[in-house]
Each structure stands twice: as structure tokens, then as C-alpha cells.
Design a protein around this ligand. Structure first.
Ligand SMILES: [Zn+2]
Ligand SMILES: [Zn+2]
Length: 610
């Protein structure tokens, strides 16, 4: 539990809060003679923090007790404010009856009543052990212990000293605003919170953040320590070459080489803090970031490669390790069993795990920025931004930028590097829009599938809702005898097996919700999107992703895509427009191979979408 208190010195009065006011008092007296008056009983850290914040405001409103005017007026303001804040939080009266401890500044040349202050060198060294991390109380204690720093009671003091020295920041894991609303300081979300019995503070109702619960309980009674990276080398770009090797697995295509060069120039140059890499589905954008990563590593910096989905991160690890031999690399995924190395130069993590870092990375590559659960999650976005060092740079990679990103690109705030061609140099299949009404939809789909499906030419049929997956699959089974048809959705326990079946040619038609919209490459597949105008589920970004499943492999670089719908909605038009525009740009830049190199579909390569 924590106390709020008032510190009074020659320079005036201010509020604070801490676990051990006597230690904080002793630490303050190493700087200047200071009195400390405790103004609350022991309360959860979120309460103490709110009281301190409100008392500071009260002191400012009261004309801030001026230097040398004694502590009584400020203590009166403090006690009055503390009472009203705690009363509003449901803690009233009797708690204040216990005597308030007061520590007076010791006379000159006397000791600090036996309180041992850790030497500054030890404080700095222990802060290094937590460097660049965001840690709940237990995690901080464990990190100090594994760094070889002192027994538990001393670790407590070390944490307080790290914060008193300004090397770290102590905040409640869940903080409370003056209006009573709660915010999780670990994941950045503003809810939902559960009010549950708590072993940590012993109360029957303690707020717990449900958004980041899978990573340990962030509660209003648990302190969170934010310790910025302190061991960074000179922030000067390209300063010291460290002899980091870059081993590209294979030569890049023209489109990717051009993008890689632009990205490295952006990183080395003194330009915008963020950049958008907009690559078509199947462009192979990961390797495009390797030159920029190489520049960062060569000048002694730290890199985070983050992606929303665990399978993407897992698949990335061997590629990054192979590309940067000799560079330490560690993977942070929920449920991963490997040893986590916080000191690794390259960290690969799900966007959730970015919450574990604080102002650490000089370069963050965010892959699939448009994918669930990152897209639309303000919490995950704030976690990724917070993991950046103050001078750090962010690369946002996506095949389908959000409207917000596109608006920023259009207004010139966000530079954009486009990769309009796939790795095999063939254009993206352009969707054929088929408009049919209600009862005609299933027969139309069956007709398309019936005409094309078979061994070696599988179909992915997307539907917006779970029940429709089964419905459509049953219909196709009836209408196309002999076809091997399966259906799948996100809750299906056999979904990985079904994914493997369609990839391995053991299934002809897979009817799926958007769960197969990413991360699936099926040789020779054609794609049908049923109810493509169901805007509530299929926005233009989902449509582009689903269409992007076709024609991905070099062996079968073409494929057909149908959007079947009752009306050609705005999202359908936008999706088709984006695909045509990318093809047109690829053709006009000479990035397509074979007969496609001269074909410019959809007119000029005008940047209507960005
Ligand atoms: Zn949270
Ligand atoms: Zn609690």
C-alpha cells in the first residue's frame, strides 16, 4: 500500500506518493533539507497517485505555499484535498484518525536516522537492468533479482531510488482520473475493467484491466515502473559502424530493391518520424525492411519487429536470424516457451508484447498494421508508440492502409513507399464483380465453382458470417458431386488442419470466414467472396486481402477473383479501384514481366487512393 504526502523545503511545497515515506524523505534530504508530512492512510497506489495529483493542483490554486513560509498552510490544503478525494473513492473518516507521521529535515551535519540510501552508482546500475522496459511490481522485483540486485527489501528501496533519481517513472498500473474514470497505464486502454477481490491489496473490489490480463494482472493497487533505455549509444545516425553483416536470402526484385533503398534513405535521413510501406499482397515486403534494419544495427541501435499475429512472428524469426548472422535476436510471443532476452539487439514480438517495453527501440517495424487485433485497437497502437525511443522511427507496413493512414499520406504528413508489383512480376488478379439478388447467390457461386474446381485448381470461398460457412459448404456439396468441400471459421478447433488440407491439395473448396483472409498461400487458387457488399464485415481492406489470396505463387501467378454481391457497394468499388491502380502503377513503372509489362489496365497510374 502507498501513502500520499507533502514535501516542504525552502523552494516550496509539493505533493508526492510512495510505498515508504521514510525512505522518500531520506532521499529528498540528500538533495536539500526537506520536511515530509504524510496525508493519507495506506491506500492503493492509484488512490495515492490521484491524491498527490489533486493536492498539487490545490496548492497551485492556493497560490502555492511560498518558499520559507512553513508547512502548515500547505498541509491544511493537502489534508482537505486528500479527505475529499478519498471520500469520493469510498474511503471515509476513521482512516484519518490515526496519527500522521511527520519527518522533519534533520539538522545540518546529522545522519538520516539510520536510513541507508543506496549509492548512486548502484541505483544507476540497477536501472540499467530494467532499461527500456515497462514492468509491473512483481516483474520489476524479478528483473532486479535476476540481475543480481539485492534481497527483496532492498529491491524495494532500489525501485524507489530509481524513480527519485528520475531514471524511472512510478505510475499506478490502472490509474483513476479526477472524474473517477480508469485507464490502464500498461496497455493504454480505457476499459473494460473488472472489479474483483484482490490478493495484492486485500480489498473485495479492486479494478483489473481485462484488455491486457493475459500478460499478468494490471490493477489499481499495483505499481507500474516505466524505465527508459539508458544505455543507448549516440543518437547520431550512421555514427559507429559495428560490422553487422546483412545476408539477403535471395536477390530482391526491382520493385523491392527500389523500396528498400527508399526506406533506408528515410531511416538515415532526417525526415519524418513515421513512414508507410504500402505493398500489394504477395509482394514479399518483409525483406524490404532489412536494409533499414541493417543501418540501425550497424550504428549500435535496437530494433523491434512487431506483428499482430503470432504465426507471422514465428515465421519471421528464422528469416531475421539468417539475414543478420551474429546479431542477438529474441522472440516475444504469448505462450512462447523460449528464453526471452530483453537485451537482444533485434526483438520480434506480437504487438501485445510491445507493452513490455518503454522508450527502448530506435527503429520499430510494424508489419500487417491493418490486421486484427492491432487495427482499431488504441491500446495496441499506444503500446507500439511507447516502445519507441524519443528519437525512434516507425515503419508501418501494410497491404491495405486504413483511411486514416491514407488521409495522412494525402495531406503529406506521412511519407509513403509503394510496392505495386508482386515478387513474381505478374499483376494482381482484378476481381470480377457479379451482382445477383438474394436466392440467386448460391446457384451463381455453385456455377462458378462447378465450372472450375478440381484437383490442382482449388477454390477459397469467403463468407461474412460463421453460419453461412456451413450453409454455403452444404449447398456446394449437394450441387457439385465429388468435390471435396470443407468449411472453417475462427472458432473451429480443426482450422489449422483445414488450412493445411487446402494448401496441400487435399481439399478442393474451402468455405471460410475472414479467418483465412491472411497468411494463406494456396497454389493455383481462385477466390470467390460471397456477400462482398456486407459492409459490416467486409470493408475494402478485407476485400483486397481476400482477393490477394489468388495468384501468389510463381508457379501459378494468375488466378481469378469474383466479388458476388447484391449491390456494388462503396467498399467493393474502392477495393477494385485499389487493385487496378496498383497494377497500373506497376505497369507504368516497368515492374511487370512478360506480356503484362505493356498492359496498363484502369487507365493512368493516378494516385486516387493515396
Ligand atoms: Zn491493460
Ligand atoms: Zn488490489
Amino acid at each position: 500500500m502507498f501513502h500520499a504526502y507533502i514535501l516542504v523545503s525552502k523552494s516550496g511545497a509539493r505533493a508526492g506518493f510512495g510505498h515508504s515515506p521514510d525512505f522518500d524523505w531520506a532521499y529528498a534530504n540528500t538533495q536539500a533539507p526537506t520536511d515530509l508530512v504524510v496525508i493519507t492512510p495506506p491506500v492503493p497506489v492509484a488512490f495515492a497517485s490521484l491524491v498527490a495529483q489533486e493536492v498539487d493542483r490545490g496548492l497551485a490554486a492556493a497560490g502555492r505555499v511560498r518558499a520559507g513560509r512553513g508547512r502548515e498552510p500547505s498541509v491544511r490544503v493537502g489534508l482537505r484535498t486528500a479527505r475529499s478525494v478519498l471520500h469520493a473513492l469510498g474511503l471515509a473518516g476513521p482512516a484519518f484518525l490515526s496519527p500522521r507521521p511527520i519527518w522533519r529535515a534533520p539538522p545540518p551535519d546529522t545522519g538520516l536516522a539510520g536510513i541507508r540510501i543506496p549509492p548512486r552508482s548502484l541505483v544507476v546500475e540497477s536501472a540499467l537492468a530494467l532499461s527500456g522496459r515497462s514492468l509491473l511490481y512483481e516483474e520489476a522485483m524479478r528483473a532486479l533479482a535476476s540481475g543480481g540486485f539485492s534481497s527483496l527489501d532492498k529491491a524495494h528501496d532500489l525501485l524507489a531510488a530509481i524513480c527519485a533519481e528520475g531514471l524511472g517513472l512510478l505510475v499506478p498500473a490502472v490509474s483513476i482520473s479526477p472524474l473517477g474514470t480508469r485507464t490502464c497505464n500498461r496497455c493504454g486502454s480505457s476499459g473494460p475493467f473488472a472489479s474483483t477481490p484482490c490478493a495484492h491489496c486485500g480489498r473485495r473490489a479492486c479494478s483489473l484491466c481485462l484488455q491486457c490480463r493475459s500478460m499478468g494482472s494490471a490493477r489499481e493497487c499495483v505499481p507500474l515502473y516505466l524505465v527508459a533505455a539508458h544505455d543507448r549509444t549516440s543518437p547520431h545516425a550512421g555514427a559507429v559502424a559495428e560490422g553487422v553483416d546483412l545476408a539477403m536470402p535471395h536477390p530482391l526484385t526491382d520493385a523491392r530493391r527500389h523500396a528498400a533503398r527508399m526506406l533506408r534513405d528515410w531511416y538515415i535521413g532526417d525526415s519524418a518520424r513515421e513512414v508507410l510501406v504500402w505493398a500489394v499482397c504477395g509482394a514479399g515486403k518483409t525483406e524490404v525492411s532489412f536494409s533499414a534494419i541493417h543501418s540501425a544495427l550497424a550504428s549500435g541501435r535496437r530494433v523491434l519487429f512487431a506483428a499482430p499475429r503470432r504465426d507471422v512472428v514465428a515465421e519471421l524469426e528464422p528469416r531475421v536470424r539468417a539475414a543478420f548472422p551474429g546479431v542477438t535476436c529474441s522472440t516475444f510471443c504469448g505462450g512462447s516457451t523460449g528464453q526471452r532476452d530483453y537485451d537482444a539487439r533485434v526483438i520480434l514480438a506480437t504487438t501485445h508484447q510491445a507493452m513490455r517495453f518503454y522508450r527502448r527501440f530506435d527503429l520499430v517495424i510494424l508489419d500487417e498494421a491493418d490486421a486484427y487485433p492491432f487495427a482499431g485497437s488504441e491500446a495496441l497502437a499506444s503500446a507500439v508508440y511507447r516502445s519507441l525511443a524519443p528519437t525512434g522511427r516507425l515503419v508501418i507496413m501494410t497491404a491495405t492502409p486504413s483511411r486514416g493512414h491514407l488521409a495522412r499520406v494525402r495531406s503529406g504528413v506521412l511519407p509513403c513507399i509503394r510496392i505495386p508489383a508482386r515478387h513474381h512480376g505478374k499483376p494482381l488478379p482484378e476481381p470480377e464483380v457479379v451482382t445477383v439478388h438474394g436466392s440467386d447467390l448460391l446457384p451463381t457461386v455453385a456455377e462458378i465453382v462447378g465450372a472450375g474446381a478440381g484437383p490442382g485448381s482449388p477454390f477459397l470461398v469467403f463468407v461474412p458470417r460463421r453460419r453461412q460457412a456451413r450453409e454455403v459448404a452444404k449447398y456446394l456439396l449437394r450441387k457439385i458431386p465429388g468435390a471435396r468441400v470443407e468449411w472453417v471459421h475462427s472458432q473451429d478447433p480443426a482450422r489449422d488442419d483445414k488450412r493445411a488440407a487446402i494448401v496441400g491439395g487435399k481439399c478442393d473448396v474451402l468455405v471460410s470466414t475472414s479467418v483465412m483472409e491472411r497468411g494463406v498461400t494456396v497454389d493455383g487458387v481462385d477466390v470467390i467472396v460471397c456477400h462482398a457488399d456486407d459492409d459490416a464485415v467486409f470493408d475494402y481492406r478485407a476485400l483486397v486481402q481476400m482477393a490477394g489470396r489468388a495468384g501468389r505463387t510463381a508457379a501459378n501467378p494468375s488466378g481469378r477473383v469474383w466479388f458476388v454481391c447484391a449491390n456494388e457497394s462503396g467498399h467493393v468499388r474502392t477495393a477494385v479501384g485499389i487493385i487496378r491502380e496498383m497494377n497500373a502503377e506497376a505497369a507504368s513503372r516497368g515492374l511487370l514481366v512478360g506480356e503484362h509489362s505493356q498492359v496498363v489496365s484502369g487507365g493512368e497510374a493516378t494516385h486516387r487512393w493515396a
